[in-house]
Design a protein around this ligand. Structure first.
Ligand SMILES: Cc1cc2nc3c(=O)[nH]c(=O)nc-3n(C[C@H](O)[C@H](O)[C@H](O)COP(=O)(O)O)c2cc1C
Length: 194
C-alpha cells in the first residue's frame, strides 16, 4: 500500500530522455495497467497507439512543433504573460525533442461513440493509471497535450470518432528528477462537512 503512495509522491514529469530502448514487456505492463482502470458503463472507451517507428515519431514531432508555434504566437498576441513566464521557468520549448528521443510514444484516443457514458473522463483515468504504472516500471513520461491534436488521426490513420487526448512518451529520464513539484497543502483544497 505504502508503495503505491510512494510512486504517486515521487513521480515527476520528464521532458528529456535517453534513447535507451524499453523492453516490450514493460510497455505491455504499462498499457495493461491502463486497461485495469474503471470506465463509464465499463465501455473501456479508448484506443492506445504504440508508436515506435522512427519515421512516424519524426512526423508527429514536426506536426506537434507546428501547432506549438501557432499556440505560443496566440498566447503572445493575447499577452498571457503569467502563462508564458511559467513555461519559461519549466524550460518548456516549442521544440519537442522528447517526441523523437523517447523510444516509445503512446498516443491515447477517446472513443467518442461513448461520449454519453463519460468517455473522456474514463480515458483520462486510463491515462492516469498508465502514468503511475510507468513510474512503477522505472520509466518516465510527460502528459503531452498539444492543441489541436487531430494531426495524430491523420498520421496514424485512425478514424475521427477517436479523439486524441494525449501523447505519453515512455523512456528513461536523461535529467535528474530531484526537483520537488510543489503541491498545495491539503487544507487549501479540501472542505470538510462533518
Ligand atoms: C492534463 C495535463 C496536460 C499537460 N500538458 C502538458 C504539455 O502539453 N506539455 C508539457 O510539457 N507538460 C504538460 N503537462 C505536465 C505538467 O506541466 C506537470 O504535470 C506539472 O507541471 C506538475 O509537474 P510534475 O508532473 O513534475 O509533478 C500536463 C499535465 C497534465 C495533467
Amino acid at each position: 500500500m505504502d508503495e503505491l503512495y510512494d510512486i504517486m509522491r515521487r513521480r515527476r514529469t520528464t521532458r528529456k530522455y535517453r534513447e535507451t530502448p524499453v523492453d516490450q514487456e514493460l510497455i505491455q505492463r504499462v498499457i495493461q495497467a491502463g486497461i485495469y482502470a474503471p470506465s463509464g458503463s465499463n465501455k473501456s472507451p479508448y484506443l492506445v497507439a504504440v508508436v515506435q517507428n522512427p519515421d512516424l515519431k519524426q512526423r508527429i514531432r514536426e506536426e506537434a512543433e507546428r501547432v506549438e508555434r501557432r499556440f505560443y504566437q496566440e498566447k503572445r498576441r493575447a499577452k498571457e504573460s503569467e502563462f508564458l513566464k511559467w513555461v519559461e521557468t519549466k524550460d518548456i520549448r516549442v521544440t519537442k525533442s522528447f517526441l523523437t528521443d523517447a523510444p516509445v510514444l503512446l498516443a491515447v484516443f477517446e472513443n467518442s461513440e461513448w461520449e454519453d457514458r463519460h468517455s473522456i473522463e474514463s480515458t483520462w483515468l486510463t491515462i492516469a493509471y498508465m502514468i503511475l504504472a510507468a513510474e512503477n516500471e522505472g520509466l518516465s513520461t510527460v502528459t503531452y497535450t498539444p492543441e489541436p491534436k487531430d494531426f495524430l488521426n491523420e498520421i496514424l490513420d485512425i478514424p475521427s470518432i477517436y479523439r486524441p487526448q494525449v501523447i505519453l512518451p515512455l523512456g528513461y529520464a536523461l535529467e535528474k528528477r530531484n526537483k520537488e513539484g510543489r503541491r498545495p497543502e491539503i487544507e487549501e483544497r479540501v472542505r470538510y462537512y462533518r
